[in-house]
Design a protein around this ligand. Structure first.
Ligand code: NAD
Length: 420
């Protein structure tokens, strides 16, 4: 399903288009197209059988005009330096758009974590963090979980860093376990944000989300909570899927009930109260009002875009719509809430966790959620206003507006500092 595309080339193309749209010069493009720093590290790990295996990892620090670098660390067998650079650039835009005092960073280790024992994973995690310990810090670069890393990995990072620096630095990573300064609200934050942006777009395009039909591809952390909150907001979630396939019921699915089934069986497929099975290709083309792709990248391409019936797409996943597909959808009048806006809830909650850590723990879970909702609404309104007032909506989708708002803020900060 996914198309082989170099993510760094894509990220540079998006930057090029935005620089042109804002009427900025080549100097701006050049200053933003390359990361401020890219570090590659070698991580030797003693395996359980006594041998030593060497892994390779990166940390890309794309831009720090707005504050310390922020972005997750992924463990994946296909991770490359280019992927990490692209992801760090996208983090710069995501943090800027959300109005956070952060720049963009991202890390990656080329490893298949499923092939490691828990002890090997711990040694790898401590080795990687020790190797990048000189360039991370509470006021310098603040990592978080990403693909195949989780609160446990963050706890090892925190412990390793605290030993090296001889002190307790809670704010050096976010997405930590609650016992070590994390927030319970982190788990719902991205999906809740995606649901809020879907609702706001539906309000403007369809007159409201109440009673509207929704399909969600990917029933993981983001997709589950997006579906759950959209259901709570009064929408009818008629289809959801995971890597094994999807289910459909025109009368609406009961999301907590579907999750209970998935927890027992490992998949949504076979859920007894569904009317029929749908494939992961079909779920994108169902006759629904709102589509929420929340699984993987490049699923809406030039070959299936014209079959999409939804009028609103809220991108829970990173990069689910290709550039060519977006052109087709824009001509069809489909409104796409782009990933850097729709799935920013996670990094917004990370910021709340970081502030909370640095203030010695003052926030309640209710306040954290309210602050997240407020910030998502502000970002959405800023982007919508820019789109309506400054762009030709038949030619540009919301993504162009989101990029313009985000890049403009970074460029202004660089100019104020005299970097540009
Ligand atoms: P997850 O692993 O919890 O869930 C992913 C879901 O997608 C699973 O249900 C899996 O079965 C399903 N899936 C995998 N391959 C699929 C396929 N080919 N077709 C359909 N479904 C498939 O992951 P997640 O944290 O929910 O992340 C999902 C997406 O959201 C990713 O693109 C991620 O980068 C993005 N994202 C996540 C967060 C976050 O806070 N978790 C924040 C921002 C962006």
């Amino acid at each position: 399903m996914s198309v082989l595309i170099d993510p760094y080339e894509e990220a540079k193309k998006q930057l090029r288009e935005t620089v042109e749209l804002l009427g900025l010069g080549e100097d701006v493009y050049e200053a933003l197209a390359v990361p401020e720093r890219l570090v590659q590290v070698r991580i030797p790990v003693r395996m359980d059988d006594g041998t030593v295996k060497t892994f390779i990892g990166w940390r890309s620090q794309h831009n720090s005009a707005l504050g310390p670098y922020k972005g997750g660390i992924r463990y994946h067998p296909d991770t490359t330096a280019n992927e990490v650079i692209a992801l760090s650039m996208w983090m710069t835009w995501k943090c800027s758009l959300a109005g956070l005092p952060y720049g963009g960073g991202k890390g990656g280790v080329r490893v298949d974590p499923k092939k490691l024992s828990i002890k090997e994973l711990e040694r790898l995690s401590r080795g990687y963090f020790a190797a990048i310990s000189e360039i991370v810090g509470e006021d310098l670069d603040i990592p978080a979980p990403d693909v195949y890393t989780n609160p446990q990995v963050m706890a090892w990072y925190l412990d390793e860093y605290s030993k090296i620096k001889r002190g307790f630095y809670f704010g050096v990573v976010t997405g930590k376990p609650v016992e070590l300064g994390g927030l319970m609200t982190r788990v719902i934050s991205t999906g809740l944000g995606t649901a809020i942006t879907a609702k706001e777009a539906a309000k403007r395009v369809l007159g409201g989300v109440e009673g509207r039909t929704v399909a969600v591809q990917g029933f993981g952390n983001v997709g589950y909570y997006a579906a759950l909150f959209l259901e709570e907001m009064g929408a009818r979630v008629v289809a959801v899927s995971d890597s094994r396939g999807g289910i459909f019921n025109p009368d609406g699915l009961h999301i907590p009930d579907v999750m209970e089934f998935k927890n027992k069986t490992g998949t949504v497929v076979g859920y007894p109260k569904a009317q029929r099975h749908v494939s992961n290709e079909e779920i994108l083309e169902l006759k629904v009002d709102v589509l929420v792709p929340s699984a993987i990248e490049n699923v809406i391409t030039k070959s299936n875009a014209k079959n999409v019936k939804a009028k609103v797409i809220s991108e829970g996943a990173n990069g689910p719509t290709t550039v060519e597909a977006e052109k087709i959808l824009t001509e069809m009048g489909v409104v796409i809430v782009p990933d850097i806006l729709a799935n920013a809830g996670g990094v917004i909650m990370s910021h709340i966790e970081w502030v909370n850590n640095r203030m010695g723990g003052w926030i309640t879970e209710e306040e954290a959620r309210r602050k997240l909702e407020e910030r998502m609404m502000n970002s959405f309104n800023n982007v919508w206003k820019f789109w309506e007032s400054k762009l030709d909506q038949k030619k540009h989708n919301l993504r162009a507006a989101a990029y313009a708002v985000a890049v403009d803020r970074v460029v202004k900060a660089m100019k104020l500092k005299g970097v540009l």
